[in-house]
Design a protein around this ligand. Structure first.
Ligand code: IPM
Ligand code: MN
Length: 377
């Protein structure tokens, strides 16, 4: 009897179904080669169902997903739905519901991939961003009010009064605010994950860089820094440093080789990983894992649903296939995970490159090549 894994698949919108189809193809081939079987549980979560039924995530969805070790997620986002509805109602809801507090995003330039950083190669661009995934400005606490909503306005007015000693009444025609939250436990668990990861990566010496803006947002990132310093003390063999988020964007470009593990609060982590994706060859090559080490984790490409390219067969499935490799690693299929990443490298070396990489390959060519390589290395 082969080992068997229950994995949910949410192909989603736009190019999601095309890239997930390739990812499944590759993971199945990996299973054949390494002796395991994936039982796919396909869910029709996404824009189509939302437009038809008004449902984003149902209780039944959550039960099915909760019964799986991992979720393989394509992309969501559709031009017929107002921005924010699917993102918050599906992707962010899943991250929060399953308490996937680590968003793990490798920034690794594979051999044969073009980077916009002149003079840098695969030996220079190889680090991991550990993005906190359940707190910060993503907690969804905020509001927006017009002048006539007196009570709410009163709150803002007194905030202005306390902070600046001014009466904001004249400017308060419309006000919006959104709150960022960091908790000691929330910061601690993700920062510990980053240090453990640095230890496993085994660079000499291992290093963890903390990203924040503690010079301005002194409350939330002051707490983040305190926790980082405390955790760092428990890992004496690992060197550590702080970097402000604005500076870190500069260093990613100038000295990417100086990074090993980078740990960041949620929103800055979102921003710097798009930059990370660009230096590793673009969004078509940037995978991510939303991880709850003790629960249901979810693996996805960082890119969105790219509705303009839907159905054209030009999307690059490599980010999704790489996310599949991370999924395999997460469920304990380490050898298969490494072979899948190796398969991506082989595809690139053989010139199987999609349009975004300057090649001619179509979406299915990539999955076919890597699946064939896995069956017949
Ligand atoms: C990402 C995306 C999401 C985020 C959006 C779509 C909610 O940009 O995964 O990086 O902000 O986390
Ligand atoms: Mn993003």
């Amino acid at each position: 009897m082969p080992r068997s894994h229950d994995v949910a698949a949410i192909a989603g919108d736009g190019i999601g179904p095309e890239v997930i189809a390739e990812g499944k193809k590759v993971l199945e081939a990996a299973g054949e080669r390494f002796g395991f079987d994936i039982r796919w549980r396909d869910l029709d979560i996404g824009a189509e169902r939302y437009l038809r039924t008004g449902e984003l995530l149902t209780e039944a969805d959550l039960t099915t997903l909760g019964g799986c070790r991992a979720i393989y997620f394509g992309a969501i986002g559709d031009e017929r739905v107002k921005p924010g509805i699917l993102e918050k109602g599906i992707l962010l809801s899943l991250r929060f519901h399953f308490d996937q507090y680590v968003n793990l995003r490798p920034v690794k330039l594979l051999p044969g991939v073009w980077t916009p950083l002149a003079g840098k190669g695969p030996a220079d661009i190889d680090f991991v961003v550990v993005r906190e995934n359940t707190e910060d400005f993503y907690v969804g606490i905020g509001s927006r009010f017009k002048g006539e909503e007196k009570q709410a306005l009163e709150v803002i007015r007194s905030l202005y009064q306390v902070k600046f000693g001014v009466d904001a009444e004249s400017d308060a025609e419309e006000v919006a605010y959104q709150i960022g939250v960091i908790t000691r436990e929330g910061a601690r668990r993700v920062i510990r994950f980053a240090f453990d990861l640095a230890r496993r990566r085994g660079r000499t010496p291992p290093k963890v860089t903390s990203v924040d803006k503690a010079n301005v947002l002194t409350d939330i990132y002051g707490l983040w820094r305190d926790v980082f310093s405390e955790v760092a003390k428990a890992y004496p063999g690992i060197s550590s440093e702080f970097s402000f988020v604005d500076a870190v964007t500069m260093w990613f470009v100038k000295n990417p080789e100086s990074f090993d593990v980078v740990v960041s609060p949620n929103m800055f982590g979102d921003i710097i990983t798009d930059l990370g994706a660009m230096i590793q060859g673009g969004l078509g090559l940037a995978p991510g894992g939303n991880i709850n080490p003790g629960g249901t984790s979810m693996f996805e490409p960082i890119h969105g649903s790219a509705p303009r390219y839907r159905g054209l067969g030009v999307a690059n499935p490599m980010a999704t296939i790489w996310a599949g490799s991370m999924l395999l690693d997460h469920i304990g299929e380490h050898e298969a995970a490494a072979a899948v990443l190796d398969g991506i490298v082989r595809a690139i070396a053989s010139g199987v490159k999609t349009r975004d990489m300057g090649g001619q390959a179509k979406t299915p060519d990539v999955g076919d090549f890597i699946a064939a390589f896995l069956r017949n290395p």
